[in-house]
Design a protein around this ligand. Structure first.
Ligand code: COA
Ligand code: AMP
Length: 631
């Protein structure tokens, strides 16, 4: 049986007969043991996919293309605007490097099921390390390079890796970020430090590795290539930590089989990319977009993937993206609205785009945060191309709602992330969990089971998985986002309904920031909320009540708290705003009313909850947070 090639038929079949829809999609993957069934409910509340299948994800991404005679085809293009340099890997070359690095890991006693933490910048060795783990059935956990030592240590303690792979550092426009001291500090803070650390040397960095750490180049030079290890479809491929509402990150677990099937299906049917074509996801390998659409999906379908180290502006100018797209004949570009806003700010007439030959580019895909209609209009006009918004999360690994561009496509509606993808039973519900009608805002939930490729659970966190995703609306997965469906079934995502914020397309926890801000000795209590930001979509804003005996001047306090957040979470938190207030609005039980604070700062109407402790606090807050409104 073949998968349907129209959107409506694909959705119908995926929901009415998921077995045959996904078994047919699984035909695109090479299995050691082909799955005899798609879905199992045994032992899980949310279902597992392809329970009796075995495969190897690295074999699907590399070996099979070489075996099919495509070894000379380009697998990976590395383009760094920071060094600057360009390098190309054929499928054969990438397979060779990956097999040998898998040999390095095996030589360090890493075996199937062991975890390997990867703390690396945007260089080819990061992709090689990830695929090498997949080859031997080890579970990688990539930590974004913008996180500080304490965040890295938390992830090490949770994942308990046998090895850690790193590099000398990363390049930001105004500074070099030395990774080795961060790794050293993280290992010092960690209670579960790995036995082996392997570091890739990069020119221009000064910090030396600690004693006993292996040098990547020396280790790989002597390594014997490792053969791929068959794993069960349900075995974990990776853990990716993401921000929840508390200060402890959530380790999203991705399986091998469902992931390979979903990645392959989505690459072809959403992005319209097939063998030999060029996919560029201008994200970072440390985020889910990087995992799915820089590393796995393009290679699984035999396409070329582009790994870009640089920013959309200032490297060297706001034409950086168009130069890269033209140089490498990119067919599909995936980026975040923030990046487009940054380009627009510096090149409002898109003159730099017109300087480049973008005829290969067929569409621009955006995700990570809401695509505001103005950025949508500007990009569509500037490039004369379809601009396709799609909505998803680290948890789902691929789009929940998108435009089936590689199938028959759907008309684009500005402000909407388009229509639910096959396998996702998307509903908008009220507080009691009842579906609401078209145009009515509510919580966005997904009926179970979630399709293949979505989270297989939280790492050692079954209770938290239940509490975070399944408890609010039993039988349904809570996305944490709110929005509405229109009469045509298009989904409009309006934003998070919890305390997670999205800063420049980076998902961050205000709970974690609050834990750090409260650690300042002058702070009695605090709240951090996300407020609107013209460039970054949202930015964190902190409100503190000082201890009675605190004498620190507000400006000094702000500088100290900003530095504290930078040191303990990382520069990526982009925490800069701090306001001292007399009190925070709370319920009688002492819960801070962050939602009310968000409404005040946005100048919006709100209803004072009947459980509020002291409405006088609100008057004071209005004066501080929004003085114009208070008059
Ligand atoms: N390593 C170390 N530091 C990092 C980092 C990394 N990998 N990534 C970001 N940072 C630092 C930045 O240097 C900056 O530091 P600074 O305060 O010293 O200037 C800080 O974290 C904040 O970074 P950011 O919020 O990204 O702001 P920016 O001004 O550097 O860049 C954009 C703004 C819009 C260009 C950038 O955020 C962007 O390209 N965003 C798109 C993100 C994305 O692709 N998300 C994935 C979903 S598709
Ligand atoms: P992350 O897990 O980092 O990918 O962040 C997921 C969150 O980003 C979602 O829950 C949304 O809040 C937000 N998000 C992602 N894509 C979109 C989109 N297309 N429109 C609106 N919000 C989005």
């Amino acid at each position: 049986m073949t998968n349907p090639n129209t959107y409506s038929e694909a959705v119908r079949q995926s929901l009415q007969d998921p077995e045959s829809f996904w078994l047919s999609a699984a035909e695109a993957v090479d299995w050691y043991v082909k799955p005899s069934r798609a879905l199992s409910h045994e032992g899980t509340s949310s279902g597992t996919w392809f329970p009796d299948g075995t495969l190897n994800t690295c074999v699907n991404a590399l070996d099979r293309h070489v075996a099919a005679g495509h070894g000379d085809r380009t697998a990976l293009v590395y383009d760094s605007a920071m060094v600057p340099t360009q390098r190309t890997y054929s499928y054969r070359e990438l397979l060779d490097e990956v097999s040998r690095f898998a040999g390095v890991l095996s030589g360090q006693d890493v075996v199937t099921g062991d975890r390997v933490v990867i703390y690396m910048p945007m260089i080819p060795e990061t992709v090689i390390a990830m695929l090498a783990c997949a080859r031997i059935g080890a579970v990688h956990s990539v930590v974004f390079g913008g996180f500080a030592a304490e965040e890295l240590a938390k992830r090490i303690d949770d994942a308990e890796p046998v090895a850690l792979v790193t590099a000398s550092g990363g390049l930001e426009p105004t500074r070099r970020v030395e990774y080795l001291p961060i790794v050293s500090e993280a290992l010092r803070l960690s209670e579960r430090a790995p036995k082996a650390v392997i570091a890739k040397r990069r020119e221009g960095f000064t910090a030396a590795p600690d004693q006993g750490w292996l040098d990547w180049d020396a280790a790989i030079a002597d390594a014997l290539p490792a053969d791929p290890v068959p794993v069960r479809a349900t075995d974990p491929l990776y853990i990716l930590y993401t921000s929840g509402t508390t200060d402890k990150p959530k380790g999203v677990v991705r399986d091998n089989g469902g992931h390979a099937v979903a990645m392959t299906w989505s690459m072809r049917n959403i992005y319209g990319i097939g063998p030999g074509e060029v996919m560029w996801a201008a994200s970072d390998v440390g985020w889910v977009v990087g995992h799915s659409y820089i590393v796995y999906a393009p290679l699984l379908v035999g396409a070329t993937t582009l790994l870009y180290e640089g920013k959309p502006t200032g490297t060297p100018d706001a034409g950086a993206f168009w130069r890269v797209a033209a140089d490498h004949h990119v067919n599909a570009l995936f980026t975040a609205p923030t990046a487009l806003r940054a380009i627009r700010k510096e090149d409002p007439d898109a003159a730099l785009a017109a300087d480049h030959d973008l005829t290969g580019l067929r569409a621009v895909f955006v995700a990570g945060e809401r695509l505001d209609p103005s950025t949508y209009e500007w990009t569509t006009t500037a490039l004369g191309l379809p601009v396709i918004d799609h909505w998803w999360q680290t948890e789902t690994g691929w789009a929940i709602s998108a435009n089936p561009w590689g199938m028959d496509g759907m008309p684009v509606k500005p402000g909407s992330s388009s229509v639910p993808m096959p396998g996702y039973d998307v509903q908008v519900v009220n507080e009691s969990g009842e579906p609401v009608g078209p145009g009515v805002e509510g919580s966005i939930v997904i009926g179970l089971p979630l399709p293949p490729g979505t989270l297989a659970g939280l790492w050692r966190g079954e209770d938290r998985f239940q509490r975070s995703y399944l408890a609010a609306f039993p039988g349904k997965y809570s996305t944490g986002d709110s929005g509405y469906l229109d009469e045509d079934g298009y989904l409009f995502v309006l934003g998070r309904s919890d305390d997670v914020i999205n800063v420049a397309g980076h998902r961050l926890s205000t709970g974690r920031m609050e834990a750090v801000v409260s650690a300042h000795p002058a702070v009695a209590e605090c709240a951090v909320i996300g407020i609107a930001d013209q460039l970054k979509g949202q930015r964190p804003s902190g409100y503190v009540v000082l201890k009675a005996d605190a004498t620190v001047a507000p400006e000094k306090l702000r500088a100290e708290v900003v530095q504290l957040v930078r040191d303990r979470i990382g520069a990526v938190a982009a925490f800069r705003d701090l306001t001292v207030v007399d009190a925070l609005p709370k319920t009688r039980s002492g819960k801070i009313l962050r939602k009310v604070m968000r409404h005040i700062t946005a100048g919006e109407e709100y209803t004072v909850p009947s459980t509020i402790d002291d409405s006088g606090v609100l008057v004071g807050l209005h004066e501080r947070l929004s003085p114009d409104l208070a008059q």
